[in-house]
Design a protein around this ligand. Structure first.
Ligand code: G3I
Length: 360
């Protein structure tokens, strides 16, 4: 990926030390903008601002609940809508954990991005086996998609208007990833999955979601070509999720020029574009110093500013507090990739997001 070539200094005007003040509404405001929480600012710009949500802190930590409800207008279940959670045994669906998150979202006027129906990770052992031995794998996948999507259409706490139907089906080289589903069903599993999801809920917007395909690189070219072909063939795919797991430093974030160009070509084939999983690694093995946090804020500002200009309609972070991020569990080291620190205090990244949303 190319390093950043342009910056949104006009928009960001970063203020590392800006204080947080309570407003009459009980919401919080960024002193540097004099305006409200992220979700209020985002509403005014016509964009949803979201966060991935984990069940345990949602149940156990008041600060987690309060910050989430105050700042965000969209939620994604970080894990509990995935197959291993919602269909742990064949034909036995368990929506307790995902329904709790959807109910919280609904109670606080937030929308839900459904994540994810078809992936090569977090599948229950029985489903892995069915796919491996070729025991009617198409029926199993179809039944899974129907079971989950129909639950939220008919019986859940609220409809889920957007689904990440297929997640991460391509490699960095732009080839079809070798997965349980590509082996069992061949490349047609993508089109089938979208058709089944559409049949299960014709009102939902259906997304393909992937990482490392945000700028103009080989993988992004392949995502674009694949989605162009699917839409040309009448497959009901409505949008693309750019995950945006990026980092500070050259080469860890696409240039704003590449990001804008990629979003434009995806929109030109009729797709909605969402940012679905943004975080910005400091890559220190620690929570980072002030200089790194300022660089991180600039990355958040650059990406959000580009997305607003390019017509992105939903911007989701993969978590919101450094107290609960997938990165330490993955790398084995602390990082500090999110806009709130471990004590739920806003970092420069938070103020940068607020200022970009507040600028016209
Ligand atoms: O559920 C078990 C629990 O029973 C056990 O006690 C615990 C012990 O480690 O592990 C739990 O499973 C963990 C699971 O998250 C649920 O918490 C897994 O170990 C852990 O590997 C898993 O990580 C998730 C990861 O997807 C799986 O690949 C992360 O939390 C989640 O943030 C991450 O999310 C993905 C998106 O879905 C797709 N895009 C990339 C993104 C980051 O990897």
């Amino acid at each position: 990926m190319a390093p950043m070539t342009a910056r949104f200094t006009r928009r960001a005007g970063l203020v590392a030390g800006a204080a947080f003040v309570a407003t009459a509404s009980g919401a919080h405001a960024d002193e540097s903008t004099g305006r409200g929480a992220l979700r209020d600012l985002a509403d005014a710009r016509g964009i949803r601002i979201g966060a991935a949500v984990a069940s345990r802190p949602l149940a156990n930590e008041p600060a987690y609940r309060e910050t989430l409800a105050r700042e965000f207008s969209s939620v994604t279940c970080e894990n509990v809508m995935k197959p291993s959670f919602v269909q742990p045994a064949a034909g036995t669906f368990d929506f307790q954990a995902s329904d709790a998150i959807v109910a919280f979202a609904t109670a606080h006027g937030m929308t839900v991005r459904g994540h994810t129906l078809v992936w090569h990770q977090q599948n229950p052992a029985w489903l892995e086996r069915v796919a491996a031995v070729g025991e009617n794998p198409a029926d199993a996948l179809r039944d899974h998609i129907f079971g989950v999507v129909r639950h939220y259409r008919n019986d859940g706490p609220a409809p889920v208007p957007v689904w990440d139907v297929v997640n991460e089906a391509l490699t960095d080289n732009g080839l079809m990833r070798d997965t349980l589903w590509s082996r069992a069903l061949g490349p047609r599993y993508l089109a089938d999955a979208f058709r089944w999801a559409h049949e299960a809920d014709p009102d939902s917007r259906l997304f393909y979601n992937d990482f490392g395909a945000e700028g103009m690189n080989r993988k992004a070219n392949a995502v674009h070509a694949m989605l162009r072909d699917l839409t040309r063939d009448g497959v009901p795919v409505h949008g693309v999720g750019l995950q945006m797991h990026v980092g500070i430093g050259a080469g860890h974030t696409p240039s704003v020029t590449d990001l804008a160009a990629n979003i434009a070509r995806l929109r030109a084939i009729g797709l909605d574009v969402h940012v679905t999983e943004m975080d910005v690694k400091l890559q220190t093995g620690t929570g980072g110093d002030e200089a790194r946090r300022t660089d991180q804020a600039q990355v958040y500002a650059d990406v959000l500013g580009t997305c607003l200009e390019a017509g992105v309609t939903s911007f989701t972070l993969w978590g919101f507090t450094d107290a609960h991020s997938w990165i330490p569990g993955f790398t084995g080291k602390p990082d500090g990739a999110l806009p709130f620190d471990t004590a739920y205090e806003p970092k420069p990244a938070y103020h940068a997001l607020a200022r970009v949303l507040a600028s016209d």
